[in-house]
Design a protein around this ligand. Structure first.
Ligand SMILES: [Zn+2]
Length: 84
């Protein structure tokens, strides 16, 4: 486990908020993040307040992408193409 400062994105319905400067312990084997009690409490309070914009330190414009029409399905070769 190593101490790291993390950043995370938290969804609330259609809204997403980014939280930075989160002190965490990170497992070097699996990258799992662990927050201690006071850190979890601070995150929970912010979430309960609904991430009010007036408390945000900055705002960013986030591009939203869709995979609709971008998924390439491989063409299946008809069985009668195969010859022994
Ligand atoms: Zn681990």
């Amino acid at each position: 486990m190593i101490a790291k400062t993390m950043r995370t994105a938290i969804w609330q319905g259609d809204r997403v908020a980014i939280v930075e400067d989160i002190p965490a312990q990170v497992c070097t084997a699996c990258n799992e993040q662990y927050y201690d009690g006071p850190v979890s409490d601070a995150l929970r309070r912010l979430a309960e307040e609904g991430f009010p914009t007036r408390l945000a330190k900055s705002e960013i414009l986030v591009p939203v992408f869709s995979l609709q029409g971008r998924i390439r399905v491989p063409k299946t070769i008809p069985e009668d193409v195969y010859v022994d």
